[in-house]
Design a protein around this ligand. Structure first.
Ligand SMILES: [Ca+2]
Ligand SMILES: [Ca+2]
Ligand SMILES: [Ca+2]
Length: 668
């Protein structure tokens, strides 16, 4: 679309990861070392190369007022409500199956419209929404206060130190969430989230019983090993005693891990790149289209020693990927497509089969092609990420061992510069990871393969193949039937594998530690943090009615529509209720939360929710259908940069930002 400035939000890829690790307590142990928690990087791609036409509006600031009002009306029309029947009706421009996943997160948690207006927030009037658009975090009136409907209420937040929540004794839920699920007020009288940056301190507090949960980076699991009393299976929940004197229960090999790392190729590198040496096939560089040759991509993939990497770097607790879609999603099968095998002979054969100079003669028989000329290039990773450094060194060593004229230098780059260069297509080969935003394969194929994806956009795929992926992705995201979904996503996974669009790396499997006295935990890979409402402690606990978790990193905000990091998400999840909730271990089945019933139309375009009766907000206001609608509309118009609302724009209108939508409307 002309003039649509696509602001790609890369928080949630990495910055979010650090916070996720912080927030997961003993729940997640990851090896991926990431940047500083809270680091937010916004990369704004240059607008499309089409020349500007006279009179066209290119900036959001220039969008006329009547168009801005229309934008607000369009959003309101997509989010209809009727207070009399308590119905909320969402209208999508095109089917988008992940809507349920989106709504089960805290982003769209209903706020009390009347109370929000009293706090000085937007009143729902379409002529004033721009004043509330893209504010700084602390400019939201609910930045550090809350008025949710959730099982816990905020007691205090001391930034950098701790957050304390107290039980909502009037919690609305009287029926179990699912059979055997929690109901009534929470077991815990309070939940305390404590920031403890230093591992030694966290470990001491865990040993002393001062914390019920703590964040354990994978490099420290050996220290925790003597405390493990039972090892348990995360599927059957059966446990085996390993140490009668231990105090912890350990679940290993938790699948459905939601963070990956891969090597990415750029098949159409910007010719001004400083990563491609001479830029030609003269032994001192690579041509910009080096990785456009499928044999070159397959050669690199065959030269990476997956098993050694998993054993040495991931301590055996990772799965080799076979495409963009990770385990346990529709479209994933561990053997279809088969993961690439580490095979130096195959690596050499692929290099010899390549035809980098496009003369029809394979490189092995062509004196001026890559096998005889050799090449030189830079491989990039971000400074401080030791895991990525080790992986890059392994790939370099194997490629260089294949042919003495092959040289790869490694370049560690500061994170923001790395992302900017990656996004602009300057880096031919780099290692980076993805942390999912919501639990659906669309949130993997879109970033990895779509022309609008955070990584897909920089792949430089041939036009025809890119168009094929784009249409497959669009068709798959519209499917609701699980069998049809599986078929559609598997086709994408296979094509990505056949074309070796990236060098698929690994996805770690997780660990979950908990004290023996903790009761009620279950494994749902889409839960960002401890589901405190569903937990309890046995009588032998030192402090059974209070839950204490040690983490690193603070929330960015308590505003549900604004939050886009896991620490914030965990806080929102405790104080607010979403419309629907994932059902126990299932991430693809939902139970009613603030909506007690819901329905999806056959064409996948209309989602209806009946808003529960008799629910009160913590400050005393009533929950009505208009509150639920207001909250979604407010979030989409607020649409702060680097926030979560692009997912709602994607779902409702096929856009990424309110600004992009408004600019296009102005030019219609
Ligand atoms: Ca209300
Ligand atoms: Ca050739
Ligand atoms: Ca406790």
């Amino acid at each position: 679309m002309f003039g649509t400035k696509k602001t790609l939000i890369l928080l949630g890829l990495f910055a979010g990861l650090a916070l996720m690790l912080a927030a997961c307590g003993t729940g997640a142990v990851e090896t991926v070392v990431v940047n500083q928690p809270g680091e937010v990087v916004v990369v704004t791609a240059t607008p499309a190369t089409e020349p500007s036409l006279p009179g066209m509006i290119e900036s959001f600031a220039d969008v006329p007022e009547d168009v801005l009002i229309q934008v607000c009306e369009d959003v309101k029309n997509a989010v209809e409500y009727d207070d009399a029947t308590r119905m909320l009706t969402l209208h999508l421009a095109a089917p988008f199956a992940p809507v349920m996943q989106l709504l089960s997160n805290g982003w769209a948690s209903p706020l009390d419209q009347e109370w929000m207006v009293e706090q000085g927030d937007w009143d729902g009037n379409c002529s004033t929404w721009v004043n509330f658009h893209d504010l700084a975090a602390e400019d939201s009136p609910i930045f550090n206060v809350e008025n949710g409907t959730g099982p816990f209420k905020l007691d205090y937040w001391r930034p950098g130190d701790e957050i304390r929540y107290v039980r909502n004794d009037n919690y609305w839920r009287t029926e179990p969430m699912w059979e055997g699920g929690p109901s009534g007020p929470a077991w815990y009288e309070s939940v305390t989230t404590k920031s403890v940056d230093e591992w030694g301190t966290r470990f001491a507090r865990l040993q002393a019983g001062d914390a019920d949960s703590t964040y354990i980076p994978r490099q420290y699991i050996d220290q925790v090993e003597p405390l493990v009393a039972e090892e348990c299976d995360p599927v059957t929940y059966e446990c085996t005693t390993v140490n009668p004197n231990g105090t912890l229960r350990l679940y290993k090999n938790l699948s459905g891990g939601n963070v990956s790392t891969d090597f990415f190729f750029s098949m159409d590198v910007n010719k001004d790149s400083t990563f491609i040496g001479s830029g030609s096939l003269d032994g001192a560089g690579i041509p910009p289209d080096f990785f456009a040759d499928l044999n070159i991509r397959k050669a690199f993939a065959s030269c990476f020693d997956y098993d050694t990497y998993i054993k040495d770097v991931e301590k055996g607790e990772a799965i080799q990927r076979n495409g963009p879609i990770p385990p346990d999603y529709p479209g994933y099968d561990p053997n279809d497509p088969a993961p690439v095998k580490f095979d130096l002979a195959a690596c050499e054969a692929y290099f010899k089969a390549a035809d980098v100079d496009h003369d029809g003669i394979p490189a092995g028989e062509d004196e001026d092609d890559v096998w005889n000329t050799g090449f030189y290039m830079l491989l990039a990773y971000n400074i401080g990420n030791d895991v990525r450094r080790v992986a890059s060194e392994m790939l370099k060593a194997n490629i260089e061992a294949i042919n003495e004229n092959f040289t790869i230098d490694l370049l560690a780059m500061p994170w923001p510069a790395y992302l900017k260069q990656q996004r602009s297509g300057f880096i031919p080969l780099y290692r980076i990871g993805w942390l999912e935003d919501y639990h659906h394969p669309h949130n993997w194929v879109q970033p990895y393969l779509s022309s609008a994806g955070a990584y897909g956009g920089a792949l430089g795929l041939p036009e025809e193949l890119q168009a094929q992926f784009d249409s497959m992705i669009a068709e798959a995201k519209a499917l609701i039937d699980p069998v049809a979904q599986d078929t559609a996503y598997k086709a994408i996974q296979r094509l990505a594998s056949e074309e070796q669009t990236s060098l698929w790396g690994v996805i770690p499997v997780g660990r979950h530690y908990e004290p023996l006295y903790l009761e009620g935990w279950f494994n749902n890979p889409s839960y960002p943090c401890w589901f405190a409402y569903g937990l309890s402690e046995s009588a032998d606990s030192p402090d059974p009615k209070n839950f204490v978790e040690d983490t690193i990193g603070d929330p960015e905000t308590f505003d549900p529509a604004y939050m886009y990091d896991t620490a914030s998400s965990c806080a929102v999840w405790r104080m607010y209720d979403p419309l629907i909730h994932t059902k126990a271990e299932r991430y693809d089945e939902f139970v009613g939360q603030l909506a007690d019933t819901f329905d999806i139309s056959e064409d996948g375009l209309t989602y209806t929710f009946h808003i529960r009766e008799g629910v009160k907000f913590h400050a005393g206001g009533d929950l009505d259908a208009h509150d639920a609608a207001y909250s979604i509309v407010r979030g989409m118009l607020q649409d702060r940069a680097a926030g979560p609302q692009w997912m709602f724009w994607d779902a409702f209108f096929g856009y990424e930002t309110v600004e992009g939508y408004a600019i296009d409307k102005a030019n219609e």
